[in-house]
Design a protein. Structure first.
Length: 460
C-alpha cells in the first residue's frame, strides 16, 4: 500500500473528533493549569509595579513684592508653567534629588504637565514603591527652587494639591483576568491540536477512507450500539442478536452479513470459516458469535469453536447457553449431542491454553475439524487477532475461508491492508472485511442502511 500523500476532506469525521477532544480533555486542562502557573510566575518575577505620587501647583507671577491677579496675567503664568514643566523634568533636578536623598541607585522618574489654557502645573513621581515615590516628590519640593530660582525669581508656585502616598500601583496587573484569558486560549489551542491530530490519524474513520485504504467495499458495516443498549445497571452484557434489547438495525446488519457469507461459502463449497481481527478489542468474538447465531436462525447446523486459545472469550459471551469443552472434544472425540437436530453447538475454553502452538499442530485438531465438516453445515472458528500472535497463521491452514473484522478508527489502514493481503495469500479464501463499531458521521448514508427506507425493513 502506498504512503498517504493527500488529505481528503471527505475523511473528516466530526463525532470522532469531538470524542477525541472529550477523551483528551485532560490535556486541555493540563495546558490551562500550566499557562496559569506561567502567568503567576511572570507576575512575581517579571512584572514590576510602579507607584505614582502627584502634586499640583498654581504658577503665579508676582510684581514689587505683591502677587499679580490670576485672571489679569493668565497668559504670562501659562507660559511660565510651561517652562517649569521643563525644569521639573530636567536631569539637573534629578541629580540634586539623588544628592539630597543620598541614594544614587534609587530608580525614579519625574514628569510635569500643564493643563491646557491654565497655569496649573502637575508634577508626578514614579518609583518602584509608594514610600520611594513619596520620598522623591518631597525632595522635588525641597530642591526645585535651586534650579528655577536662577531663572524665575519673580514666580511663585503655590501647592494646590499636596502629594499623598499611593496605595495602588499605577500599572496594575490584573492577574486573574489575564489568567482566565490565557487559560481559555490554551484550552482552545490544545483542542485545535487534538482535532488536527485526530483528523490526520491514518485510520478508517469513514466508509470513504475505509474503501480508499482497503481498495474494496466492506462486506458489512455494523453500527455502534448506544451505551444504554449495551449495559445493564448491574453488569455488562454481551451484544447478541437473540437479545430483544439489541437494536433492529444491528440485528438486520448481522443477518445481511450472514446471508453474504453463506452465499459465498455455498458457492465455493466451503464449510469452515475463520474470523479474525487486526488487533485486540475490535469486537471479533462478538461478531463471530452473532454470525453463528444468524446462520443457526436460518436453519443451518452450526459449530462455533473458540480458537482464541490465549484469551478465550466465548464462554463469557454464551455463559447462559450449554457448551462443550474444546479440550474434552479433542481427547474424547465428538459428543452425542452433535447427532441431534440441535442447530448451534458451542465449543469453548474456560482457561487459556498453556501451549497453543502444539494444539494447533496436533492430529486431534485435524480429526475434530474433519468430524465437524461431516456433521455440521458450517463451522466458525473464532481465532486470535492476527497481529497479536502467530496462532491465526497456523489456524488458517485448517480453514476454507476467512473474514477480517476491522473496528472503526482503531488500527492504521496500512496495517489493515497488510493483514488483508496476508489473508488473501493464505490457503483459506479471503472473503472480505467487516467494519465494526461504526459511528455514523451524520453526513452520508451508511453502506448497508438503505434498507431502512423500505417499510418491510424499517419505518416506512
Amino acid at each position: 500500500m502506498e504512503n498517504k500523500k493527500f488529505i481528503y476532506i471527505d475523511e473528516i469525521h466530526v463525532p470522532i473528533i469531538l470524542l477525541d477532544i472529550l477523551k483528551n480533555g485532560w490535556l486541555a486542562i493540563l495546558a490551562a493549569i500550566a499557562v496559569c502557573i506561567g502567568v503567576f510566575a511572570y507576575s512575581n518575577s517579571q512584572h514590576q509595579p510602579v507607584y505614582t505620587t502627584e502634586a499640583t501647583f498654581v504658577v503665579s507671577p508676582r510684581s514689587n513684592g505683591s502677587y499679580v491677579g490670576f485672571y489679569s496675567s493668565l497668559s504670562t503664568a501659562n507660559e511660565m508653567a510651561s517652562v517649569f514643566q521643563e525644569v521639573f523634568s530636567s536631569d539637573v533636578l534629578k541629580r540634586l534629588i539623588q544628592e539630597d536623598l543620598q541614594k544614587p541607585g534609587l530608580s525614579f522618574n519625574v514628569t510635569a504637565s500643564v493643563a491646557e489654557g491654565t497655569n496649573i502645573l502637575s508634577v508626578k513621581v514614579q518609583s518602584d514603591s509608594p514610600e520611594n515615590a513619596h520620598t522623591v516628590i518631597q525632595a522635588v519640593l525641597r530642591n526645585y527652587r535651586r534650579v528655577s530660582g536662577y531663572l524665575f525669581g519673580s514666580v511663585v508656585l503655590d501647592i494646590l494639591k499636596k502629594p499623598q502616598i499611593s496605595v495602588t500601583p499605577s500599572n496594575p496587573f490584573n492577574m486573574k483576568k489575564f489568567m482566565v484569558l490565557c487559560a481559555v486560549a490554551a484550552v482552545l489551542i490544545m483542542m485545535a491540536i487534538i482535532a488536527l491530530l485526530s483528523f490526520l490519524r491514518p485510520t478508517a474513520k469513514t466508509l470513504t477512507s475505509a474503501k480508499r485504504g482497503m481498495e474494496e467495499q466492506p462486506l458489512c458495516v455494523l453500527q455502534k450500539e448506544k451505551m444504554f443498549q449495551l449495559f445493564r445497571k448491574q453488569q455488562k452484557r454481551p451484544l447478541l442478536i437473540t437479545d430483544t434489547r439489541t437494536s433492529f438495525r444491528y440485528t438486520e446488519s448481522l443477518l445481511q452479513l450472514a446471508h453474504k457469507v453463506r452465499h459465498k461459502m455455498k458457492k465455493g463449497g466451503m464449510k469452515v470459516l475463520l474470523v479474525t481481527s487486526v488487533a485486540e478489542n475490535e469486537g471479533k468474538s462478538t461478531v463471530s458469535a452473532n454470525l453463528a447465531l444468524a446462520l443457526a436462525r436460518h436453519g443451518y447446523k452450526v459449530a462455533y469453536v473458540d480458537m482464541d486459545l490465549r484469551k478465550p472469550a466465548v464462554h463469557k459471551i454464551f455463559s447462559q447457553l450449554p457448551r462443550e469443552d474444546l479440550k474434552t472434544c479433542l481427547k474424547e472425540g465428538a459428543p452425542a449431542s452433535w447427532d441431534t437436530p440441535k442447530r448451534l453447538h458451542i465449543l469453548s475454553c474456560n482457561q487459556p491454553t498453556p501451549a497453543p502452538d502444539k494444539l494447533l499442530h496436533s492430529e486431534e485438531l485435524v480429526k475434530l475439524l474433519n468430524t465437524l465438516r461431516e456433521k455440521m453445515d458450517f463451522v466458525i472458528l473464532d481465532s486470535s487477532p492476527y497481529t497479536a500472535t502467530a496462532d491465526t497463521g497456523m489456524l488458517l491452514k485448517h480453514a476454507d475461508c476467512c473474514v477480517m473484522i476491522m473496528r472503526q478508527d482503531w488500527v492504521s489502514l496500512r496495517v489493515c491492508r497488510d493483514v488483508a493481503d496476508d489473508l488473501g495469500e493464505s490457503k483459506a479464501k479471503y472473503l472480505g472485511y467487516v467494519i465494526n463499531h461504526y459511528l455514523d458521521n451524520g453526513t452520508a448514508q451508511t453502506f448497508n442502511s438503505r434498507y431502512e427506507k423500505y417499510g418491510y425493513y424499517g419505518k416506512s
